[in-house]
Write a protein that binds this ligand. Structure first.
Ligand code: HGY
Ligand code: MN
Ligand code: MN
Length: 421
């Protein structure tokens, strides 16, 4: 294979070589010194957008920030105003995150455009890199906020949602320099988009088990999320008889185990309670209020929908039996998305070109590609991660796999773009 730096030169592959250093640089932009957390519309979001913008300009792209706070680079095609092949992923993170989730896809995409630019390659179509503002939805329970903004399906009711400091999404956007009244202008016309292609770490153990560095993704699981509050009666831990208590936290704990039992009962489903809090939260007080999150997913939308309505019914029965009130706030509901066969075939063709065994895998994790599927054909490439660990500082990939992933993304892009010098 001729090295990308020109005919047969022995230099490192031009694509992906610097990614690990850049990932370390990005990981330093965090809301707290000792753990990696980067939520949307924070000072750190501004810093990372500026850094990504700088790297995209250096790669030969024109750069803009859209009305939702996505940072977008555009590398023109030979035809003016041509539709774009959009690459990308997200720049936000969960709390105490790993440094590869989202960032690896953004940097790999930037490196692909830099490689095209260095070799003077232009397709008929333009190529864009989308650095999405908020995929995790950690600050405002606003999953896929950036990509949904680009796909024109931003839920305006989210604007009133408040973060843990009581700041609304609308206020956060304004302080970030955005105008919520212009959000709909972020929406792309589907005719301006050829397709969307995202590289991401697998966040699961399959590629490691298969001893494969990369693979094509077939589908992205749908997810339902909710915040549940149990409203009981606060009281003295020493004086209130057990048979008269309206203990909100005990009711919530019974529901937490119900989430686990329900997911186990349905094949191909997973259920998680990631957050729980009790109020007033003192050792010697019976909790009057308890709230917890539910994240429920399945590769089959029908299974998820059936299981979630069953869950809501059974949690309400627990509340009634324990004489507490229940409030269920549905914060996210996304059906699964299917990757387009023609893009999967291009990815697998590129894998064969690179000497790798073609392999396909469905994604249990959600990705911005699921939102982009509402306006264009989507494809995804997974890169192996150690032990399948993600959403943890233990997340890890090898430099070789990062380069292989970026190279596969570039070859797939060139196949789709029909590279002509
Ligand atoms: O939660 C997810 O599936 C993704 O990491 N946002
Ligand atoms: Mn994630
Ligand atoms: Mn991600």
């Amino acid at each position: 294979m001729t090295n990308r730096n020109g005919a047969g030169s022995e230099l490192e592959p031009s694509v992906g070589a610097g990614i690990m250093d850049r990932l370390d640089h990005m990981a330093e932009i965090s809301e707290s010194g000792d753990i990696l957390t980067r939520r949307c519309y924070t000072r750190e979001h501004r810093q990372i957008n500026d850094l990504a913008g700088k790297w995209m300009r250096e790669a030969g792209m024109a750069v803009r920030e859209d009305p939702v706070g996505n940072m977008i680079g555009r590398y023109e095609g030979r035809k003016p105003n041509a539709p774009a092949i959009i690459l990308g992923s997200h720049l936000d993170t969960v709390i105490n995150a790993g440094r590869y989730d989202g960032s690896l896809g953004v940097l790999s995409a930037i490196d692909c455009v830099r490689s095209l630019n260095e070799r003077g390659i232009r397709f008929d179509d333009a190529v864009e890199v989308a650095c999405f503002a908020d995929e995790e939805g950690v600050r405002f329970q606003s999953t896929y906020l950036g990509s949904r903004g680009m796909a024109g399906c931003f839920d305006q009711s989210l604007l009133n949602r408040k973060d843990s400091d009581g700041i609304s999404l609308s206020e956060a956007m304004i302080s970030f320099g955005l105008d919520p009244a212009h959000l709909k202008n972020a929406a792309r016309d589907p005719s301006d988009v050829r397709c969307y292609l995202e590289l991401h770490i697998e966040q699961g153990p399959v590629l490691e088990r298969e001893q494969l560095p990369v693979c094509a993704v077939t589908a992205i699981a749908g997810a339902s999320r909710m915040m549940v509050s149990m409203l009981g009666e606060a009281g003295h831990a020493g004086t209130v008889p057990m048979n008269t208590r309206q203990d909100a936290l005990a009711a919530a704990c019974e529901c937490v185990l119900l989430v686990e039992d329900t997911a186990k009962r349905y094949d191909q489903a997973v259920g998680t309670v990631g957050q729980i809090a009790a109020f007033p939260g003192a050792t010697n007080e019976i909790p009057g209020v308890a709230s917890f999150s539910v994240d429920f997913r399945s590769s089959l939308d029908s299974v998820r929908q059936t299981a979630v309505s069953e869950l809501q019914r059974d949690m309400s029965e627990i509340a009634e039996r324990r004489d507490v009130d229940i409030l269920i706030d549905k914060t996210h509901d996304a059906d699964g998305a299917t990757c387009s066969d023609w893009i999967i075939e291009q990815i697998e063709g590129a894998m064969t070109d690179l000497g790798h065994r073609p392999f396909r895998l469905a994604s249990g994790a959600g990705h911005d590609a699921a939102a982009m599927a509402s306006i264009t054909d989507i494809g995804m490439i997974f890169v192996r991660c150690r032990g399948g660990i993600s959403h943890s500082p233990e997340e890890a990939i090898t430099r070789e796999d990062a380069i292989t992933g970026a190279d596969l993304l570039l070859r797939t892009l060139e196949r789709i773009g029909g590279a002509k010098n």
